[in-house]
Design a protein around this ligand. Structure first.
Ligand code: ZN
Length: 261
C-alpha cells in the first residue's frame, strides 16, 4: 500500500502575487504533491487554508501517514484547534515535514517548543546545499552537493532544539550558513524540516529538491498503527501495585477528591 500524504498549502501568495501565480499555476501545494506522486509508493493529495477546518478534519488526518506543510503569510489564521489536532496526530505516529517559512508555522513551533527564529535576506542569491551523510535515507540518490541559483537566505542561529540528525547544511552567496535539513522525533511521530522553497523562485521544480521531498515522505512514514488522539498519551493513576506495598506518607490525590493529576 502506498504512503498517504497530504500537502498542506497556505495558498495565499498564489492568489495575491502575479509572480507566484505564474510560477505555480497549480499552487505551490499542487507542484509539491505532483513531485510526490512521481513516486509510485506515495499517494499525495492537497489541502489548503481556505477549506473548512483548513482541509484537516479528524477523519482526514486519521487516514494520513505524512503531512507536508507550507505556510508563510497567514500562520496566524490557522485555527488553534487544528494545530492541536495536527500535533496530536504527530504524537500518535503521523509523520510531518515542514518546508521553508513553515519554521514559523503554529504546529512547528508547538512541536519544537522554542522560538524557531532565524535571520533572512530576500536577494535571490545562490544557495549551495551540502549533504552531511550519504547514508541517510533522506539523502538517497542525491549528489554530495547541489545548487539553487535563486533562493532567499536563511541564516544561523536557528532557534530550534538540537535535532536528532542534521541531513543538510546550506551555504549562501552572501556568506551565511544554515542547517537546512533537520530531523526530530515527537512522541511516535517523525518530524523533518527542509529549508528551501521561497515562493518567488522555482525551487519546487528542482529535481534534487523533489527527490528530497519524496525521500523525506518515506523516512517520515511510521508503519505502526496510529495511536489516536486523545489517547496518544494517557495520564492515568495506577491504584494496584504489582508487588505488596506499604503505603507511607500523606496521600493527597484521593479518588474523587480533586480534579488535578
Ligand atoms: Zn521565503
Amino acid at each position: 500500500m502506498s504512503i498517504r500524504a497530504i500537502v498542506w498549502g497556505e495558498n495565499v501568495h498564489e492568489a495575491k502575487s502575479r509572480i507566484v501565480a505564474d510560477l505555480y499555476p497549480d499552487g505551490m501545494h499542487g507542484c509539491i504533491s505532483a513531485a510526490l506522486n512521481e513516486d509510485a509508493g506515495i499517494s499525495a493529495t492537497t489541502a489548503v487554508l481556505q477549506e473548512p477546518e483548513h482541509g484537516l478534519t479528524p477523519e482526514r488526518l486519521a487516514e494520513t501517514d505524512v503531512l507536508v506543510w507550507w505556510g508563510h503569510a497567514a500562520h496566524g489564521d490557522v485555527a488553534d484547534a487544528v494545530v492541536e489536532r495536527v500535533c496530536s496526530a504527530v504524537w500518535g505516529g503521523m509523520g510531518v515535514i515542514f518546508l521553508h517559512s513553515a519554521h514559523f508555522a503554529k504546529p512547528f513551533k508547538r512541536l519544537m517548543g522554542t522560538p524557531c527564529n532565524l535571520s533572512w535576506r530576500e536577494a535571490g542569491e545562490r544557495e549551495r546545499i551540502w549533504l552531511t551523510s550519504r547514508q541517510h535515507p533522506i539523502a538517497r540518490g542525491l549528489p554530495d552537493h547541489f545548487e539553487l541559483e535563486h533562493e532567499e537566505m536563511y541564516g544561523e542561529p536557528f532557534g530550534v532544539p538540537e535535532p536528532m540528525e542534521t541531513v543538510f547544511v546550506s551555504w549562501f552567496q552572501g556568506g551565511e550558513v544554515f542547517r537546512s535539513g533537520l530531523t526530530w522525533r515527537r512522541g511516535a511521530g517523525k518530524v523533518f524540516y527542509f529549508r528551501p522553497g521561497h515562493e518567488t523562485y522555482p525551487t519546487y521544480f528542482d529535481p534534487n529538491v523533489r527527490q528530497v521531498l519524496r525521500n523525506a515522505v518515506h523516512w517520515a512514514h511510521n508503519p505502526e498503527p496510529r495511536i489516536m488522539s486523545p489517547d496518544a498519551a494517557p495520564n492515568v493513576p495506577v491504584t494496584e501495585a504489582l508487588e505488596p506495598l506499604t503505603e507511607r506518607g500523606p496521600r493527597l490525590h484521593r479518588d474523587g477528591e480533586s480534579g488535578y493529576r
